[in-house]
Design a protein around this ligand. Structure first.
Ligand SMILES: Cc1cc2nc3c(=O)[nH]c(=O)nc-3n(C[C@H](O)[C@H](O)[C@H](O)COP(=O)(O)O)c2cc1C
Length: 166
């Protein structure tokens, strides 16, 4: 669950249940940022307040991130305004709009929003189960490399801003 701390104190909170696709991305980003990592069911606002940088990730289920992520954002209070946030997801179709609602909710809370990462994830429900699933092997090595690159950029952005303000 824990990785070594870096200059940026960060946590990733995620929901992943179908194939563990989002969990894989959460751990790649977490390794890059030396973040703590928690599932939504274990995350509390009190705990999140300890962190400067918070990543929220989910698989996409019926066009949206899981409600536990959306509900967590609904609960954020004023004390999160000085925190940095980013979001990520995996999905079958990787549509641009999937994270729009989550992004809008976060922005409406006035937090320091850094950006989003999304990629394909395996899916084997419905008709696809007869063909061994779709997007097999996703997220793959290239997806992991892209996720790691995204994480390095986040770290750079936060560290630069912290230095400027110090
Ligand atoms: C119940 C259910 C609904 C889903 N709905 C969508 C959807 O609307 N659009 C999409 O692109 N993928 C959809 N998917 C596919 C998942 O988003 C994809 O497999 C994702 O990587 C799952 O993440 P997880 O393994 O971390 O749970 C759905 C999957 C499940 C199980």
């Amino acid at each position: 669950m824990c990785y070594k701390k870096s200059m940026v104190n960060s946590i990733i909170v995620y929901f992943s249940y179908h194939r563990g696709n989002t969990s894989k991305i959460a751990h790649v980003i977490g390794r890059e940022l030396n973040s703590d990592i928690a599932r939504t069911k274990d995350a509390t606002l009190k705990n999140l307040k300890q962190y400067d940088l918070i990543g929220l990730g989910s698989g996409i289920y019926n066009g949206k991130p899981h409600k536990s992520i959306l509900e967590l954002v609904d609960k954020l209070d004023e004390s999160f305004k000085d925190k940095y946030f980013f979001i990520f997801c995996t999905s079958r179709k990787n549509q641009d709009c999937y994270l729009d609602e989550l992004e809008m909710k976060l922005k409406s809370k006035g937090v320091k929003y850094l950006g989003r990462f999304q990629t394909f994830g395996e899916y084997d429900r419905g008709i696809f189960k007869f063909f061994g699933g779709i997007n097999r092997g996703r997220p793959n090595i290239e997806d992991f490399q892209n996720a790691a690159l995204f994480a390095r950029k986040l770290k750079e952005m936060v560290e630069n801003e912290k230095l400027e303000n110090s």
